[in-house]
Design a protein. Structure first.
Length: 276
């Protein structure tokens, strides 16, 4: 069997990879197949989901295991390695904001005793970088490191409202999201909602799945006045009115913003556009 020196892939046997596809792209495609529902995978499953020959997958997996990006379980399946978490924790948009925000999240958690969330935007989704929850808290849909839609979550609405106009128009042009437990929001309603979020600094979403909850979110602004993150609390629907929760969420978000260098008097408006 011959191997291409440029692509490091079998040249004659099995299913060929895409012509000229770099090794790094194929290695990343193996990592990308893991999800909430696919946390432990066999070699054949990894190869199938990544759409590559098993011999190529095996060689790349061996390298990923050696580096620590993947770990091999006793039953032969593979899981994401701790080394990836170590590297991801260095992200300034994740760990940096989280480190500054954590004391305020903890204070807010002591008041609510349910869930306090912190999220940043990554392309067209929100990524949860922290969640404080009590053991008796109501069930929620998203975990730390998990992704959430922008249009149908409170943290997502805040991040979308703070995005640049071109990005907003791209999201608005798409069909309404169909997410279990959340009412669909047509384009016209979404535009009005985003305007309200920018005006009030508060987003609110009610959800019926996986439990009856209400989520209230507010923006965390950086020194330039751009939305760096979104902070929210999630409580059982009916336990506390959203208008009672809003001042506490907004106050915590503003405190974090000040620690990021934001000065309201120096800002030309409520927010500037973020580039997440």
């Amino acid at each position: 069997m011959t191997v291409s020196p440029e692509t490091d892939t079998p040249a004659a046997r099995g299913k060929r990879p895409k012509q000229g596809e770099p090794v790094i792209d194929r290695a990343l495609s193996l990592l990308a197949v893991f999800s909430d529902r696919r946390r432990a995978l066999t070699l054949s499953e990894l190869a199938r989901y990544a759409d590559m020959p098993a011999p190529t997958a095996l060689r790349l997996i061996a390298r990923l295991v050696a580096w620590g990006a993947l770990e091999r379980l006793d039953d032969g399946r593979y899981v994401v390695g701790v080394r990836l978490w170590e590297v991801a924790s260095l992200s300034p948009r994740g760990h940096g904001v989280r480190e500054i925000a954590l004391p305020y999240l903890e204070d807010l958690f002591e008041v609510t005793r349910h869930h306090v969330l912190l999220a940043v935007r990554d392309n067209e989704e929100a990524v949860l970088i922290e969640r404080l929850s009590s053991k008796d808290a109501t069930e929620v849909a998203y975990r730390v490191g998990g992704r959430a839609p922008l249009r149908s979550t409170a943290v997502g609405l805040v991040l979308l409202a703070g995005a640049d106009q071109q990005f907003q128009e791209t999201i608005l042009a798409k069909p309404p999201e169909k997410e279990l437990g959340v009412a669909e929001m047509p384009e016209g309603q979404l535009r009005r909602t985003l305007s309200d979020v920018r005006r009030t600094g508060i987003a609110m979403i009610r959800r019926t799945h996986p439990s009856m909850t209400v989520s209230v979110a507010s923006p965390i602004l950086d020194a330039q006045g751009a939305v760096a993150a979104s902070l929210s609390i999630v409580v059982p629907d009916g336990s506390t009115p959203p208008n009672v929760l809003a001042p506490a969420v907004r106050a915590a978000a503003r405190a974090v913003s000040r620690n990021l260098g934001y000065q309201a008097q120096a800002s030309t408006g409520l927010w500037t556009h973020s580039q997440g």
